[in-house]
Design a protein around this ligand. Sequence first.
Ligand code: PEP
Ligand code: MG
Length: 419
Amino acid sequence: MTNPDMVVSMQKCAAIVTDEGGITAHAAIVSREMGIPAVVGTRLATTKLKEGEVITVDGSTGQIYKGKVAETQKKEILPVSAKTKTKIKVIVDLPSFAERASRTGIKQIGLTRIEGIIAESGKHPNYFLEKGNIDDYEEIIFKGINGIAKFFDEMWIRTSDIRSDEFKNLEGAPKKVEVNPMLGLHGIRYGLKNPKILKAELKALKRVVEKSGKKIGVMMPQIISVSELQKVKEFLKEINFSEVKTGIMVETPAAVQLIKDFCNEGMDFISFGTNDLTQYILAVDRGNEKVQDLYNEMHPAVLHQLEFVIRVCKRNNVETSICGQAGSRKEMARFLVERGIDSISVNADVAKEISDYVAEVEKEIGEAVREYQPKEEKDTEDFVKPQNAIPEEETPKINGSEENGEDKESSEDKSLDIF
Ligand code: PEP
Ligand code: MG
């Protein structure tokens, strides 16, 4: 497997072919940002291909040809021209490719994975912890984000989300890869268990705001409990970082179920991490090529969650967005625009195509869905109803909210029955 901790060597490649992985594997995401053709999950590449053999890789169809059958083509970044009500943002993970993404003309970033900066540095955050020089880590993150900030006005930066299988080659990385890394110690749970690391990341962001005057939103990955959001807000207070928006990634079923509680706690935005949300809802490992045929972000069970969260967030004035790969797919863009999502984050290489398409969809649907529609007024017919939907009386209710003395509206929000 090509891991994102190989970003430095990946930059020297003409193309990438892997045995393992799916299209939301970080190696695939990173190579897309670099504009390098990649075909992942072939299973057989390393046994079939010989050292030194010349091949041609077509990254858009997944075909690999013997010999040189075409010239190398870099995917060009086209400037966005459509005016859309749904904001189109870009995903930028690597400082060295920020300029490339900025050629879209888009000024907002919907996701920066700081793992890109960490990978370019070659060192795992644990390295700095063990050496007792966490300030150096803060400096690396500061420089990386500041480098990206030059090209943009507003950025939502995610605190680190470092899986043990993906970043094992970095200096100082834990030697042992977890048995189940997808469900292991990464994301906000890692940051909260290693507060020096998380605080260093937050301090770095604060310095970027102070230096550049750019707007920053801090985004928390793999959130499952309101207490995690509360703790991060405490940390922000502790370091006097008030000029910042706070938001969570909605990428676990827990975040979906508790969305009303997150809204009540107070946050500025949510962003759908559909890469993970899909794998956790469908119980399909996003990195396992054997089950890629089952990995489907448009599965009714996933769409059901997205619509529910948008509805609750709209009702509570929390901004909604998507930063998973599915946002770069037309069918998902249509689904979300029709539900009134506020913004969509896309890969730079499809920014023009998706923004043109969103403009088309908006023209088709008019203004109606952009405002919150009370449940009574907006009925079921435009929603993708899961087959075998659970009858109303059996839909899961959480914590017996009505018995807890909550009002009817909030108990409706907590039910996953959104029809
Ligand atoms: C996601 O899960 O959709 C996401 C954007 O995060 P990552 O791909 O880094 O897990
Ligand atoms: Mg994720």
